[in-house]
Design a protein around this ligand. Structure first.
Ligand code: G6P
Length: 609
């Protein structure tokens, strides 16, 4: 995914485009660029560094004007490099640039189009599919850029959101989209096109969400939209007061619900660049660092801590490396045994959590200098401090109770486990293929688990009038039970506790009565028979069981509330079992009428100690 922001105005647009770009960086940041038409010239600056570098270049090159396009790239076709960065240009025979274009998406028939254009004499400077598009528009340009884009988009297969500028008509920008988002923003004497409304915050008074196949023509004071049948289209306009909410929420009741349902997309985006198991995806020094370590120390808070707990099971089982998991606020203040050969792995959605950041710095002050972040924010302090990094691409998470950040963290942690195993030469080729296949199937598997929602809603009705609940799991599903209980207490305010089921008899069983719902995460693994005994212990005390089991598990007891997961997920089962627990907490909270997205006393990003 990439980010687009473009503007046509009666005043200079460079600073607005720069601000918009920085807000779009969550969509990719391999490179960025900006093209401006000013003083009768179309010029651009591009950078492999971040947006701040573009700002410097703009000043150096005196790049100002009232119409421009900007882009932040997440590489698909062609490596991250300045020459692959957008905006792309196509020039007249004289060498003067005529067309500028930014693009988000993938043009699938770019190869054949490229050959045709090369035969017509076009020279390509990049490896991108996008450059095909800009030359195609130049090649077909007939004096009207709107008409040309209408013609050219008919020749494309694939997905795109584009913004196009032609120096022969330097007062308009044309946008179009299919399978990728594009939003039209209407301001005072200026109009905008962007991938996300966030990019236009503060400048657009109204927004319009373009539909697939729409083509939009914007000038500083006018706009028109035509649909894929070339008919004038009238789309709903959302006022400033409402558009941020609408863009974030869509048809969902709460951000948390939206974010739960975004998980297949979030996991797919997080894995988008993973074709093989390779250390490089964690950073250029990863291969060497992984070779030198003898253990892993995971540091995190809250939900991210439970992701770390799950990773301990995976890393020790698959990569055979010793793992310890520490709550950041504890680690930073205790006397721990320093091991410079340990990989310090910090997990954080925000990358700004004060306790985690301080714990990371504490480990560095002790001489532990192999470190890595798994984080959802590229620009965060934690990412800046770490040598290695893998960015989850969950997208902005608004709900205070973390959902998609957690499952994307788990996805990366599983990937890390198999990468460490490969680095130690203990991952067989067959297992590598098997694990990669399972990861690729994950988004589809998550979607099928989300289909369980109506069954979970029925359970939520049982939970809504309780004040206590127990969550049980074993092995790598114990941290998932902990996360389920955390979700429940965070947003429904029901007192929920989680235990490894074997511990039940050592204390918590005393709490079990017929007023105590007990949720059991019970996949079909080597611990299932043991878990069944634990369930018997609950039933014998009158406790009500709510069990998530695999489709083919032999659990046939009418007194147990049972939801069967659609398929058996093997090692990835913790990720899938998280979903119904999120849904259970969410629907229970809705029935209880709590403020789901902003639970009392909590905050999304805790930047104080
Ligand atoms: C807060 C949030 C939690 C989150 C925790 C750690 O408590 O409410 O949802 O898990 O911080 O945040 P991080 O950004 O470091 O993952």
């Amino acid at each position: 995914m990439c980010g687009i922001i473009s503007a046509v105005s009666c005043r200079d647009v460079t600073s607005m485009l720069i601000d918009g770009l920085s807000r779009l960086e969550y969509r990719g940041y391999d490179s960025c660029g900006i093209a401006i038409y000013g003083k009768k010239n179309l010029r651009r600056v591009r950078s492999m560094k971040r947006v701040y570098d573009l700002s410097k270049q703009i000043i150096e090159h005196n790049l100002y004007g009232s119409i421009g396009l900007a882009h932040t790239r997440w590489a698909t076709h062609g490596m991250p490099s300045t020459y692959n960065a957008h905006p792309h240009f196509s020039s007249l025979d004289s060498g003067k640039p005529r067309i500028a274009l930014v693009h988000n998406g993938i043009i699938e028939n770019y190869d054949e189009l490229r050959v045709e254009l090369q035969e017509s004499g076009y020279l390509f400077e990049s490896q991108t599919d996008t450059e095909v598009l800009v030359h195609l528009i130049n090649h077909n340009y007939d004096g009207d850029i709107l008409r040309t884009v209408q013609k050219v988009t008919k020749l494309l297969t694939g997905t795109y959101a584009i913004a196009v500028f032609c120096a022969d008509e330097p007062y308009r920008i044309i946008g179009s989209c299919k399978g990728a988002p594009l939003v039209l923003g209407l301001g005072d004497g200026e109009n905008f096109l962007a991938s996300d409304v966030l990019a236009m915050a503060g400048r657009a008074n109204e927004v319009i969400y373009l539909e697939d196949g729409d083509i939009v023509d914007i000038e500083s004071n006018n706009f028109l939209i035509v649909d894929s049948d070339n008919s004038l289209a009238h789309r709903k306009r959302y006022p400033k007061s409402s558009f941020i909410g609408i863009v974030e929420l869509g048809t969902y009741r709460h951000y948390m619900q939206k974010e739960i349902f975004e998980q297949p997309r979030a996991v797919a985006d997080t894995l988008q660049e993973v074709n093989i198991v390779s250390e490089n995806i964690f950073g250029i020094d990863a291969e060497e660092i992984f070779r030198n370590i003898d253990s892993v120390l995971i540091i995190a808070c809250g939900t991210s801590y439970y992701a770390g707990m799950t990773a301990k099971y995976w890393i020790e089982s698959i990569a055979k490396i010793r793992v310890s998991v520490e709550i950041a606020s504890e680690y930073r203040y205790r006397d721990s045994v320093v091991n410079p050969k340990s990989l310090v792995l910090v997990i954080s959605q925000s990358g700004e959590t004060s306790d985690t950041l301080s714990a990371l710095k504490h480990s560095m002050s002790l001489g532990m200098n192999y470190n890595m972040a798994i984080c959802n924010s590229q620009t965060s302090a934690i990412v800046r401090e770490c040598k290695l990094c893998y960015l989850t691409r969950a997208g902005i998470e608004i709900g205070v109770a973390s959902t998609k950040a957690f499952t994307t963290q788990l996805t990366v942690l599983f990937l890390l486990s198999i990468t460490l195993a490969k680095n130690r030469s203990i991952l067989s080729r067959d297992n590598e293929m098997l694990f990669l296949k399972a990861l690729r199937h994950l988004p589809a598997a998550l979607s099928s688990v989300l289909d369980l929602e109506p069954l979970v809603v029925k359970w939520a009705n049982h939970f809504a009038n309780k004040e206590n609940a127990l969550f049980l799991g074993r092995g790598m599903h114990y941290p998932i039970a902990l996360e389920g209980a955390l979700k429940m207490k965070e947003i429904s305010y029901i007192h929920a506790e989680a235990y490894p089921a074997g511990e039940l008899k050592h204390g918590p069983l005393a709490l079990v009565t017929d007023n105590m719902p007990v949720v059991v995460v019970a996949p079909k693994d080597i611990l299932l028979e043991k878990l069944k005994s634990n369930m018997q212990e609950v039933q014998a005390r009158g406790g009500k069981l709510y069990v998530f089991a695999d489709a083919d598990s032999k659990i046939n007891d009418d007194s147990i509330n049972l939801i069967r997961m659609p398929e058996h997920y093997g090692m990835l089962s913790p990720i899938l079992h998280t979903i119904p627990l999120q849904l259970l907490a969410y629907h229970t909270a809705c029935i209880r009428g709590t403020d789901v997205d902003k639970p009392r006393n909590l905050a999304k990003s805790v930047t104080v100690e």
